[in-house]
Design a protein around this ligand. Structure first.
Ligand code: HEC
Length: 151
């Protein structure tokens, strides 16, 4: 089980590098409106879904635990950076810190997607700078302005 999870998180890191290398080839213009509006990429959501299935579904349901009113109120006035640190430092409950930072960021992208936040062309990076500008909670703004900042 542990080895499967480790292999999966290595796979996540590899898929991440190749997705980034491949993205100019598929012709996604980095300056497109979608790229500026989104917080994470669709490819990252796919990786996050896989990582969630491997490491989290044993104890959690994405919809029951990480969307909806109870989740929103639990995380009100906090940001994605707080959620990232909470997950990285305490989850999976039986093996905290198991995933790479990018693996945890991929799972966050999957959670944001399930909560209706906008997707774009770039990955959500596992840093304070990228994550602390994304609010959580009821009524949180779920798109970015054209210049990439929250408006
Ligand atoms: C072995 C069971 C188990 C696994 C696996 C597990 N969790 Fe948890 N998780 C829990 C329990 C139990 C709690 C509630 C107790 C606590 O807060 O520690 C919790 C709480 C949480 C919370 C806080 C919820 C909130 O709204 O405050 C988050 C977020 C979370 N888990 C995310 C994850 C993610 C993401 C994964 C996969 C990387 C994961 N967990 C894997 C058992 C687990």
């Amino acid at each position: 089980m542990i080895f499967v999870a480790l292999a999966s998180s290595l796979g996540v890191a590899t898929a991440c590098a190749s997705a980034r290398a491949a993205s100019p080839a598929v012709g996604v213009p980095p300056s497109s409106a979608t790229a500026a509006e989104g917080f994470y990429s669709a490819a990252q959501v796919d990786r996050g879904r896989d990582a969630f299935r491997t490491n989290c579904v044993e104890c959690h349901s994405i919809n029951a635990d990480f969307t909806g009113r109870a989740f929103e109120w639990n995380w009100r006035r906090r940001t994605v950076w707080d959620l990232f640190r909470r997950i990285k430092e305490t989850m999976p409950e039986d093996f905290p810190g198991l995933l790479t930072d990018q693996g945890y960021a991929d799972i966050i992208a999957y959670i944001l997607d399930a909560n209706g936040y906008a997707a774009g062309a770039g990955d959500l990076m596992p840093t304070d700078v990228s994550m602390s500008v994304i609010p959580l909670g009821p009524g949180a703004r779920k798109t970015r302005g054209m210049d990439g900042t929250r408006s």
